[in-house]
Design a protein around this ligand. Sequence first.
Ligand SMILES: [Zn+2]
Length: 305
Amino acid sequence: MRIHLLGTAAGGGVPQWNCNCVVCREARKRGGRVQARTQSSVAVSADGQRWFLLNASPDIRAQFQSFPTLWPQGAKARSSPIEGVLLTGAELDATLGLLLLREGERLRVFATPYVQRLITEEMPVARALDSFCGVEWISPAAKPSPLLLHDGSASGLSYECIALPGKPPRFVKRHTQGEGWTVGYRITDNRTGASVIFAPGVARLDTALSGWLDDCDVLLFDGTFWSENEMRERGVGRLSAPEMGHWPIGGPGGSLKVLAGLKPAHKIYTHINNTNPILIEDSPECEAVMAAGCAVGQDGMAIEI
Ligand SMILES: [Zn+2]
């Protein structure tokens, strides 16, 4: 399986258009210590020809442009190697890219029934798409299932949906308690048996999640915030990391302590907010991530398993 990190930033990207924080300022400098990043999305493929997207970021157009493998192939006037989009939630940075795919064929979107409802009713992207390409909804399975191409044939990949502790998006005023606010996916290559877990939004560690984390070869994990009160400390927001549905990396209760002890060969933080000091290449926080055997995700990273 080929795994290509199209984007590795949280909502807003790096730098964010209106942000003057130390990280964003550094990202705007030529030769600075922070690499610019687009909003989080991943492309996976078993054969290098047919691809599935994990989330559709608002930067999708630039991301496709930067990865020629996703350009139209063959002689048809219009085509795309994208076979479907798997959504981890209804957050704007994970879903607005769907609107930018409206010129193509009917979009196949994997999303929990809760997320399907939000995208149709609360933030009616799907309703808008119905006037263009339309959406074929697929409720993701919680057990390993073949990830089929749009013609129903095998892609060489299997997938399963992982329920995660999370939060409903901020634009949802009324919501019901229940499952499906935030999920992750494990994608497995049927030939090699190798797998990747994509979990860009994890509010906290629970027992079910602990069981999953060791059971993959590549872990693409929530790297949104370094510390619990990062937004407040940078003077750019009031909500804490857990209040925004993200488990911070640093500190005694942070995810880095847990990830350091996990077996996967590749443990990569993604969905990194522009306030996060791990983005500064020689910062102590970035060095701590690397010393723990983990990596800070960068746009364009490619892994084959
Ligand atoms: Zn910033």
